[in-house]
Design a protein around this ligand. Structure first.
Ligand code: GLV
Length: 334
């Protein structure tokens, strides 16, 4: 019997065909909408593998219903949508998609930084709404990027890729991380700082850290107070790392100059969210890794991780390595 898998969204045809060759596949194939919880609860009972997205909440309550689940293959580098401890406790492998999206996400982060600093969307809206009456010396003036200081909070792969882009703009790059990365300091000329020091000195504060209980609300009122009033916050990681209410007041009261946000605590963000009323906020609908090439590669990696786990191999991108050390490899293909 082929292992049973459930896929929670449309995926590229070639990836689907690859999975169908060896697995019994079912898919939530409504229009491009997240799978309803009740369908997921029904499907989880007897599947061997789950191909899911960051829009699917895979919590303890759901996992309690799973009788055969061996692997949860998440189509994202972040996996805060999954209760990894609950999966580990049940011997279920969890995988993610790091690496393939690093450069694309760093590109988007830098694009958002530039758009926010130079007020690109505001300027475009200004022109299209017929307000442009004359060239004017101080019209829509922004902040300089070249020669400025970038502070990166969380120096993983994407943080380093961002630092490389900053080098091209002759930026001074500071970073804060749980541990120092001496190799990257040498290779990229980075300076390690305390969080407080980084916030005080940076023109651009870029959030690049994973979302965990430790990083929830990591940037809040007291932090905006010590940032420069000309500084810009860029978040392409996860919304909950920054306290959105405090950010709103910091932007409104001029404690910081602007923010570029690709992520929100609740997604999709409510259309009436106070942050969306501010002209000094540039917003995107969580598209950090959204290039055609990268999203296709991510789907391929999700499938590879799934097939490796179902074949009794240790998936290259396993998140909870601790479970395989005391498990003998079993293939579910026969
Ligand atoms: C996107 O946000 C991801 O985690 O891949």
């Amino acid at each position: 019997m082929k292992p049973k898998i459930f896929i929670t969204r449309q995926i590229p045809t070639h990836v689907m065909n690859q999975l169908k060759e060896v697995c019994d596949v079912s898919i939530w194939n409504e229009e491009d909408t997240p799978v309803p919880r009740e369908i997921l609860e029904e499907k989880i009972v007897d599947i061997d593998g789950l191909y899911c997205l960051l829009t699917d909440t895979i919590d303890e309550e759901l996992l309690q219903k799973a009788k055969n689940l061996k692997v949860i293959s998440n189509m994202a580098v972040g996996f805060n949508n999954i209760d990894v401890d609950a999966a580990t406790k049940r011997g279920i492998i969890v995988t993610n998609t790091p690496g393939v999206l690093t450069e694309t996400t760093a590109d988007l982060t830098f694009a958002l930084l530039m758009a926010t600093a130079r007020r690109i969307t505001e300027a475009s809206d200004f022109l299209r709404s017929g307000k442009w009456s004359s060239w004017s010396p101080m019209l829509l003036t922004g902040q300089d990027i070249y020669n400025s200081t970038m502070g990166i909070i969380g120096l993983g792969g994407i943080g380093k890729a961002l630092a490389k882009r900053a080098q091209g703009f002759n930026m001074n790059v500071l970073y804060h991380n749980r541990s120092r990365k001496l190799d990257s300091e040498q290779e990229l000329g980075l300076e390690y700082c305390s969080l407080e020091d980084l916030l005080k000195r940076s023109d651009y504060v870029c959030i690049m850290t994973p979302y965990t209980p430790e990083t929830k609300n990591m940037i809040r009122d007291e932090h905006f107070k010590i940032m420069k009033d000309t500084s810009i916050l860029i978040n392409t990681a996860r919304g909950g790392i920054v306290n959105e209410n405090d950010l709103y007041y910091a932007l409104k009261d001029g404690e910081i100059w602007a923010a570029g946000l690709d992520v929100f605590e609740q997604e999709p963000v409510d259309f009436n969210h106070p942050l969306l009323t501010l002209p000094n906020v540039v917003t995107l609908p969580h598209i950090g890794s959204a290039s055609i090439g990268t999203r296709t590669k991510m789907a391929e990696v999700v499938a590879e991780n799934m097939l490796q786990a179902l074949n009794g191999e240790i998936p290259v991108n396993i998140v909870n390595k601790e479970i395989v050390s005391n498990k003998s490899p079993i293939s579910y293909f026969n």
